[in-house]
Design a protein around this ligand. Structure first.
Ligand SMILES: C[S@@+](CC[C@H](N)C(=O)[O-])C[C@H]1O[C@@H](n2cnc3c(N)ncnc32)[C@H](O)[C@@H]1O
Length: 220
């Protein structure tokens, strides 16, 4: 990767297939996110919540907002549920075991999400897997439609290629503007730059002395 990879991004024509929601399977549970979010000051979504470390802390710190946290892997979701059961019940956290694409496509209303978090997504580093990266999936166009104008999308990764490609695609598609970009390391943990480690993967990477990248976009 490196210079040639960045040059490739500069010359790239950013186009995606249209998103076909009717081809996406329905989620396993037909909950109504719009009715659940009534009475809250905001609706937020976490995609790939893992064992729920960020989701729990976020819901606790933001009691007036509803967080829908989706994790599709059974073992991770069990760890999430067990973490939830060990803490004070949080009415403003809805944990769902499912594919986030199904949940957003069928349960979330257009222009309803204020904040979306995708923290340490699987990077799918092989070129043959490139279309599985969130910013290269047609679904990103639907996620954009489900966000309020000005709503924020936070993406964190430890992979420099993923950070560069994600920024290039989201801006190149014209769907998002970059609000902030930070490069953080262990020395930033427990400082105002990174007050606490947010997820298990964040902990793992920082403790292994890797850099992490945090991108915040605003929906155009
Ligand atoms: C590398 S892990 C990061 C987990 C957590 N965010 C963290 O930082 O500790 C990526 C997670 O995303 C989940 N995931 C991937 N694609 C998903 C999808 N379409 N819907 C829901 N979860 C998904 C995986 O099961 C996995 O738990």
């Amino acid at each position: 990767m490196g210079v040639f990879f960045l040059l490739g991004l500069v010359c790239m024509d950013f186009k995606l297939r249209p998103f076909s929601g009717d081809r996406v399977p329905r989620p396993h549970n037909e909950i109504s996110v719009p009715s659940l979010s009534e009475g809250y000051t905001g609706l937020d979504l976490e995609i790939g919540a893992g064992a729920g470390m960020h989701a729990l802390a976020y819901a606790r710190q933001n009691p007036s907002r509803l967080l829908v946290a989706v994790e599709r892997t059974e073992a991770k979701f069990k760890a999430f549920e067990s973490r939830v059961s060990r803490h004070e019940p949080l009415k403003n956290l809805v944990a769902i075991r499912d594919n986030a694409v199904s949940v957003v496509t069928h349960l979330v209303a257009p222009r309803s999400l204020d904040r979306v978090f995708i923290l340490y997504p699987n990077p799918y580093p092989k070129e043959s897997q490139a279309n599985k990266r969130w910013h290269r999936m047609p679904f990103i166009q639907h996620l954009h439609e489900c966000m309020k104008p000005g709503g924020e999308l936070t993406i964190a990764t430890n992979e420099v290629f993923y950070k560069d490609e994600c920024r290039a695609w989201l801006l190149g598609l014209g769907l998002f503007k970059l609000v902030s970009e930070a490069e953080l390391s262990l020395s930033d943990a427990e400082t105002p730059r990174l007050p606490r480690m947010r997820t298990h993967f964040e902990k793992k990477y920082l403790r292994a002395r890797q850099k992490i990248y945090n991108l915040v976009f605003a929906r155009c």
